[in-house]
Design a protein around this ligand. Sequence first.
Ligand SMILES: [Zn+2]
Length: 101
Amino acid sequence: MHSPQFHVDHVFTTRRLSAYLDGELGADECRRVERHIDACPGCRRTVRSLHLVVGGLTLLRRCDPSRLAANVIERLRSQARRDDDASRRWSRDRSARLRRR
Ligand SMILES: [Zn+2]
């Protein structure tokens, strides 16, 4: 059974996870998110699956901006662009196939 504070922090963290991963949080918010991730298996799972997306690069402990952080963000964004392209290609091919029928 988690404390009410845990749930407050969970909501706080899930709403800021993307800003956290983009390195956009202030130091206080960043520490609060990291403290919660340490305590919350669900949020840890989410962060871990994002680790897999970027090939195992660590996204934790990113309060200090660095080139590594920028590279990770760039990799996430280009992966998202590739996914977009792939799904656009898929639906274009699909409409071409339907037209040929
Ligand atoms: Zn959580």
